[in-house]
Design a protein around this ligand. Structure first.
Ligand SMILES: NC(=O)c1ccc[n+]([C@@H]2O[C@H](COP(=O)([O-])OP(=O)(O)OC[C@H]3O[C@@H](n4cnc5c(N)ncnc54)[C@H](OP(=O)(O)O)[C@@H]3O)[C@@H](O)[C@H]2O)c1
Length: 263
């Protein structure tokens, strides 16, 4: 007996923890999963932004809560996992989205900035996955992990100088594949989205410098990402519709990565 497709994409009764959920791509993904029926727990550092983001989701009829924490701090990550278990009872979906970049020529890139980027963009994904899997997904017999990589993790870049960021996103790509191989037997799928350019606080300066229109013109679809473009792909990975998909890296980039080298 096959399942109706609306039911395959329905997240009613599911719970999702979204890191970096206070704005940008994390908030877009939280909207998608919440609109599909999941209860949402957002986390990032600034309480005021989280409160605003949760109110935005609640206005759309979504059950949304938040917890402030610094994902570059392992003790904070464990506290978020503990709070998620207390407040949601279980975590079915983990969206590992919090991330940061640092612009500097490789020859002058500060070590401190390298560590900051790697600890947030790579180490925190590992610690969130480990914490959530141990507390909830493994004992419950399954779950969905969605890592946010980037097209900067698929190739190098000549225009944007961000050696730590590009390295970290390359690591997210193979972290995704490696974990998918290891945790498949637990019923946990692990996939990654690799966005191209989307307007956000992180990309504001780069988009101004390189020009949104020029970047759009260089993509096969002649556009950059918008407030809807990650919603469908995230829901596919998060829902029963994606239950046979694991270890995949899906570029959501208007086709940029199939015609150019990198971000
Ligand atoms: N926008 C793009 O074009 C694009 C393209 C490819 C990939 N991505 C990836 O998508 C993800 C989201 O990026 P975005 O563009 O939405 O950026 P953004 O607008 O800067 O949002 C980043 C989010 O992460 C949180 N965050 C930053 N540092 C944190 C920390 N130490 N601990 C916990 N939370 C932290 C921020 O909140 P606080 O500052 O309050 O902590 C915010 O919620 C990142 O992984 C990024 O690399 C973005």
């Amino acid at each position: 007996m096959s399942t109706p497709v609306q039911k395959l994409f329905d997240l009613t009764g599911k719970t999702a923890l979204v890191t970096g959920g206070s704005r940008g791509l994390g908030l877009q993904i939280a909207e998608s999963l919440g609109e599909a029926g999941a209860k949402i727990l957002l986390t990032s550092r600034k309480a005021a932004d989280l409160e605003e983001a949760a109110a935005h989701l609640q206005e759309r009829g979504i059950d949304a809560r938040w917890v402030a924490a610094d994902a570059s701090n392992p003790a904070d990550i464990q506290r978020v996992v503990d709070e998620a278990m207390q407040r949601l009872g279980r975590v079915d979906i983990l969206v590992n989205n919090a991330g940061a970049t640092w612009g500097a020529p490789a020859e002058d890139h500060p070590l401190e900035a390298w560590d900051k980027v790697m600890n947030l963009n790579v180490r925190s994904l590992f610690l969130f996955a480990q914490g959530v899997a141990k507390a909830s997904m493994i004992p419950n017999g399954g779950g969905r992990i969605i890592n946010i990589a980037s097209i900067a993790g698929l190739a190098g870049s000549m225009e944007v100088k961000f050696i730590a960021y590009g390295t970290s996103k390359g690591a997210v790509v193979n972290f995704t594949r490696t974990l998918a191989g290891e945790w498949g037997p637990y019923g946990i799928t692990v996939n990654a989205l690799a966005p191209g350019f989307f307007p956000s606080k992180m990309t504001r300066g780069t988009l101004e410098r390189l020009g949104s229109e020029r970047l759009a013109a260089a993509s096969p679809l002649r556009r950059i990402g918008d407030d809807d473009d990650l919603k469908g792909a995230a829901l596919l990975f998060a829902s029963a519709a994606g239950k046979h998909i694991t270890g995949q890296i899906l570029a959501v980039d208007g086709g940029v990565s199939v015609v150019h080298a990198g971000g």
